[in-house]
Design a binder for this molecule. Structure first.
Ligand code: TXA
Ligand code: MG
Length: 319
């Protein structure tokens, strides 16, 4: 089937309220018509996701935000102009057009224009926005290749558009606004440094009782196997474990399987490999995975955030 026909079929399914898996530059999304509450409810059901987690609404270009938001602060406008299409999500006051299920009852909506030709074609082929979380089961790894998508998710979607590997490979950075001031809700594929270069310093995120983004839940982005942060201490039998290194590790490291995020320490490449390397290590016959943190700047902060959440609550491997 040609890509054009695939996009048309996917658009048709979306018009009928069905689910479609599509590629973005960050990760694959499980999309539905964002203006149809019932279609969006099917996303939660497919993901096994608690209802309190709101969804990101994807649009083809910034001109399409007008009917969806009640207010766009000047700094939001600046960020959209500079970084859309791209891995930045802005959370703005919502209009009545957005069903409550999409925002989990919050008065705000998360909006983004993905930088992927197939996602943009799909968004242009329909005359409504697409609500789309990452196409994984709740708390699982985000898929950065079509082959990572589990059967459980795959069988709920009418179509899967295969766009190969996602270039950025880590979810979008999410920012919120307090008046015209900007704060970070989730570290992601656009660095805070790049954002601050455009609009100046961010303010601290307001504290909230309920997690505003599941990317903020302590436990998230987890492989099936137990993941531990590497503290330099070997388990008694390293040959039963896998290791995720930042750069090529010295040949003295004695784990059963070793994957590195970027041989020469390129952080953009490292981010793009994070989930696919974790998927790969997760598929091996090992008792668990050790992962080393990367330098904590730029996209490294988003990578470390994912690794810490994947390791959350894991107390060490019993021998
Ligand atoms: O890169 C991405 O953002 C990918 C691709 C598919 O676009 N999507 C993604 O969606 O990561 P998901 O559902 O896995 O994460 C969406 C995040 C959640 O952490 C959610 O809580 C947050 O966006 N979010 C959505 N609406 C929000 C709102 N009104 N206020 C605060 N956070 C919000
Ligand atoms: Mg997700």
């Amino acid at each position: 089937m040609s890509l054009r026909t695939e996009i048309e079929q996917a658009a048709l399914a979306l018009r009928e309220g069905k689910l479609v898996i599509f590629p973005t530059e960050t990760v694959y999304g499980l999309g539905a018509n964002a203006l149809e509450a019932k279609a969006c409810a099917a996303i939660f059901e497919a993901k096994g996701r608690p209802q309190f987690n709101p969804l990101i609404v994807h649009i083809a270009d910034s001109s399409r935000i007008e009917p969806l938001t009640a207010l766009v602060p000047p700094k939001a406008r600046q960020l959209m102009e500079k970084f859309w299409p791209g891995p930045l999500t802005v959370v703005l006051p919502k209009s009545v057009a957005i069903p409550d299920i999409v925002t989990a009852g919050l008065p705000s909506v998360a909006l983004r224009v993905p930088n992927h030709p197939l996602a943009l074609e799909l968004l242009k082929a329909v005359d409504f926005p697409l609500a789309a979380p990452s196409a994984n089961r709740f708390q699982g790894l985000s898929p950065t290749e079509a082959k990572h998508i589990s059967d459980k998710i795959r069988e709920r979607a009418t179509c899967l558009i295969d766009g190969g590997k996602c270039g950025v490979g880590i979810e979008s950075t999410i920012v919120g606004f307090q008046g015209n001031e900007v704060y970070c809700l989730r570290l992601g594929g656009l660095s805070i440094e790049a954002i601050e270069a455009v609009i100046g310093g961010l303010i601290p995120s307001p504290k909230s009782e309920s997690p505003m983004a599941p990317g903020m839940l302590a436990k998230h982005y987890s492989p099936e196997k137990r993941l531990l942060l590497w503290n330099g201490v070997y388990p008694s039998d390293p040959s039963r474990f896998a290791f995720l290194a930042f750069q090529t590790p010295p040949s003295t490291v004695k784990f059963k399987h070793i994957e590195c995020l970027s041989a020469h320490g390129n952080m953009v490449e490292a981010a793009s490999h994070l989930f696919s390397k974790l998927q790969k290590l997760d598929s091996f016959e090992v008792d668990g995975i050790y992962a080393e943190l990367v330098p904590d700047s730029g996209l490294g902060r988003a990578i470390n955030d994912r690794l810490r959440r994947a390791a959350f609550g894991n107390r060490g491997f019993s021998q």
